[in-house]
Design a protein around this ligand. Structure first.
Ligand code: AMP
Ligand code: GLY
Length: 422
């Protein structure tokens, strides 16, 4: 198979790293890709992930058999639909099914129809009515921009004043542009957060091992939210009994409801869950692999990725049993100084070869080549250093040994990845 991976972050590096191990791979491409992926695949840096026409043209020109779409934006923009029109198979939901992530109000509507446990909520397109609702519910509350906001559209507010400001920012000041013209307001859930990634063929849904992300920039989960500062899998709190409840009460009803509406979900469904005292509750759905979660989940997956994907595309996922290696995987993200605020790009990175030698896998998230061919920083999240081990402790120790080998000016990372499990 000739495979094209759409995207150029750590998630796409992990997808490429897993795809290249498949016994079905003949040629691997990535667009735009990144210098890490470029070590073993063809990259097409001039084709952006969100350039739907450019991606379709590229896939056609290269004679691609299978496209795997990484990020949410091209899914929401209809890349999978456009590829289907061009007769090219792609793994990822259509734009209609991707609304489960692209509109939080739509996700809530689907969950309500399917009886899926989630936070109680109300949704508004009118600012005055939303404000009146807040005044009537003065306790802690969550305000979410309806549309895609690159992970920044959610604010957990502890007071009415904070909630008023968040609402104003989204609906009046346009902090999230069009994405904030509609908001979902919901109750605060308490517990441990877990990320469950699941393959679906539109009818059957199969869970991968659960992972835990670390969203805040600071140790002890302090400071502003980021795209994710590290992850590990599996999660001890996610017991087989919880997994079974999630399967029956959350994943299967959601997949069935999307199919019933004529928009079956084929791809990776990502349930962001809160393990509350009353049981698992959905915080949000994503229509794609998680980042950095994918960087710890795929290394533990024993199956051939392309075989699982092919089964999804052919509606026979029920024939596939997912297998995971024993032990744990951990990933520590190295970020630029200043992230998630403004940061400098173009700083040289050293020690990548030395890190490989200690036995970690370094996934590139935001890197580029400079004019001399040196790998330099090019994003907020720069690298994901992943290691596996018989226990989480050992996986983490190895990952941090890799982290110590890599240097760039302002290298920023959390030293407490996995603290909840440890
Ligand atoms: P998101 O950007 O949609 O992943 O949401 C950002 C974060 O906000 C989540 O990872 C949670 O930590 C938090 N969050 C969202 N909804 C709730 C809720 N109802 N209760 C508590 N925390 C929430
Ligand atoms: N790590 C969270 C996400 O991928 O949205």
């Amino acid at each position: 198979m000739k495979v094209l991976i759409v995207g150029g972050g750590g998630r796409e590096h992990a997808l490429a790293w897993k795809a290249i191990q498949s016994r079905h791979i003949d040629e691997l491409h990535a667009a735009p890709g990144n210098p890490g992926i470029g070590r073993f695949a063809w990259c097409h840096p001039d084709v952006e992930a969100t350039d739907v026409d450019g991606q379709v043209d590229l896939a056609r020109r290269l004679g691609i058999d299978l496209v795997i779409v990484g990020p949410e934006a091209p899914l929401a923009a209809g890349l999978v639909d456009a590829l289907a029109d061009a007769g090219i198979r792609a793994f990822g939901p259509t734009a209609a099914a991707a609304r489960i992530e692209a509109s939080k109000a739509f996700a809530k509507e689907v969950m309500t129809a399917a009886g899926v446990p989630t936070a109680a909520y109300a949704d508004f397109s009118d600012y005055e009515r939303a404000l009146a609702y807040l005044e009537a519910h003065p306790g802690p509350i969550v305000i979410k921009a309806d549309g895609l906001a690159a992970g920044k559209g959610v604010q957990v507010c502890s007071s009415l004043d904070e909630a008023r400001l968040a609402l104003r920012a989204a609906m009046v000041e346009g902090a999230f542009a069009q994405a904030g013209s509609r908001v979902v307001i919901e109750e605060v859930l308490e517990g441990q957060e877990v990320s469950v990634l699941a393959f679906s063929d539109g009818r059957t849904v199969r869970q991968m091992v659960a992972a835990q992300d670390h969203k805040r920039i600071g140790e002890g989960d302090t400071g502003p939210n980021t795209g994710g500062m590290g992850a590990y899998a599996p999660v001890p709190a996610y017991t087989p009994a919880v997994a079974d409840e999630v399967q029956r009460r959350i994943l299967e009803p959601t997949i069935a409801e999307l199919a019933r509406r004529g928009t079956p979900f084929v791809g990776c469904l990502f349930a962001g869950l809160m393990l509350t005292a009353e049981g698992p509750r959905v915080i949000e759905f994503n229509a794609r692999f998680g980042d950095p979660e994918t960087q710890v989940v795929l290394p533990l997956l024993e199956n051939d990725l392309l075989e699982v994907i092919q089964a999804c595309l052919e509606g026979r996922l029920h024939e596939v049993e997912l297998r995971f290696r024993p032990g744990a995987a951990a990933n520590v993200v190295l970020a630029s100084a200043g992230y998630p605020g403004p940061y400098t790009k173009g700083l040289p990175i050293s020690g990548l070869v030395e890190a490989d030698q200690v036995g970690v896998t370094v996934f590139h998230a935001g890197t580029a080549f400079d004019d001399e061919g040196q790998v330099v920083t090019a994003g907020g999240r720069v690298l994901g250093v992943m290691a596996m081990g018989p226990t989480l402790r050992e996986a983490l120790d190895l990952a941090y040994a890799g982290v110590a080998r890599i240097e760039f000016e302002g290298k920023t990372f959390r030293r407490d990845i996995g603290w909840q499990a440890l």
